[in-house]
Design a protein around this ligand. Structure first.
Ligand code: SF4
Ligand code: SF4
Length: 259
């Protein structure tokens, strides 16, 4: 199960942010301040913001898809970001206590009562999603409403979204819908529309939360080619073991030659 976030129909109302905060009883992000980033005063995902709606202002002609008529020379890209619930989740791989685990729905959840606050997951996440909360020193992130979906309910953000920009369901169904939506947009002349995070052959073997974007991922603050940060660890350990064996063999040889 997972999320498909279609940013082409997001209206930036932030109902998803509010619903997430309310359902999960998340504290405010202190201190509140005007960032100067359009209508975005949250700036990024954090330990207390598990959905973040980005507002990106661009100087780019906007046309009515049907009429091809230019209506403005500026556009807003609005996109509700969230934990990607990676197939190869580095946060989960590096967690020494088992606080992060894969659920029966294929999602990645962190259990605060087992977290020891080491922060390994924070530096391991290739998207900069998971974060430690200052007030308790523990790691927090989106659970894809584990408590709700376990009861057959839709996650709070998807339930609150008035435009169905956030859709929840079986990943294969969502991918079919997303692919059809991209084809429709291309037919209407929105040729920059593309999917992000849907590919099982990417560096994290695909995401449980993928997106339809209207520009390059970097424009939305997303890495263009995310990689599982733990994927080279086995090779590194092998090289270290080989180096240690070589040093040991050298010491033994020198010792034997000296006798
Ligand atoms: S996006 Fe980051 S926090 Fe979320 S599952 Fe992937 S590695 Fe973990
Ligand atoms: S609730 Fe839906 S339309 Fe509103 S900001 Fe979130 S994703 Fe966009």
């Amino acid at each position: 199960m997972g999320f498909f976030t279609d940013t082409s129909i997001c209206i930036g109302c932030k109902a998803c942010e509010v619903a997430c905060k309310e359902w999960n009883r998340l504290p405010p992000d202190p201190p509140f301040q005007l960032t100067g980033l359009s209508f975005d005063n949250t700036e990024q995902l954090s330990a207390s913001t598990w959905r973040h709606v980005a507002f990106i202002e661009q100087r780019k002609p906007v046309r009515r898809p049907s009429a091809g008529e230019q209506t403005s020379d500026h556009r807003w890209l609005m996109a509700s970001d969230v934990c990607k619930h990676c197939t190869d989740a580095a946060c989960l791989d590096v967690c020494p206590t088992g606080s992060l685990f894969r659920t029966e729905f294929g999602t990645v959840v962190v259990q605060a009562d087992i977290c020891n606050g080491c922060g390994y997951c924070v530096s391991a996440c290739p998207y900069g999603v998971i974060d430690k909360r200052e007030s308790d020193g523990l790691a927090w992130k989106c659970t894809l409403c584990y408590d709700r979906i376990g009861e057959g309910m839709v996650p709070a953000c998807a339930k609150a979204c008035p435009t169905e920009s956030i859709q929840y369901g079986e990943l294969s169904d969502l991918l079919d819908r997303a692919t059809a939506r991209v084809q429709t947009l291309h037919r209407e002349g929105v040729t920059d529309a593309r999917l992000y995070g849907h590919d099982p052959d990417d560096g994290v073997r695909g995401n449980g939360a993928f997106f339809l974007l209207l520009d390059e991922p970097e424009v939305y603050g997303l890495p263009p080619a995310p990689k599982d940060t733990t994927r080279d660890l086995p090779a590194m350990w092998r090289h270290m073991a080989l180096a240690a064996l070589t040093v040991a063999a050298g010491i033994i040889t020198a010792f034997a030659a000296g006798r």
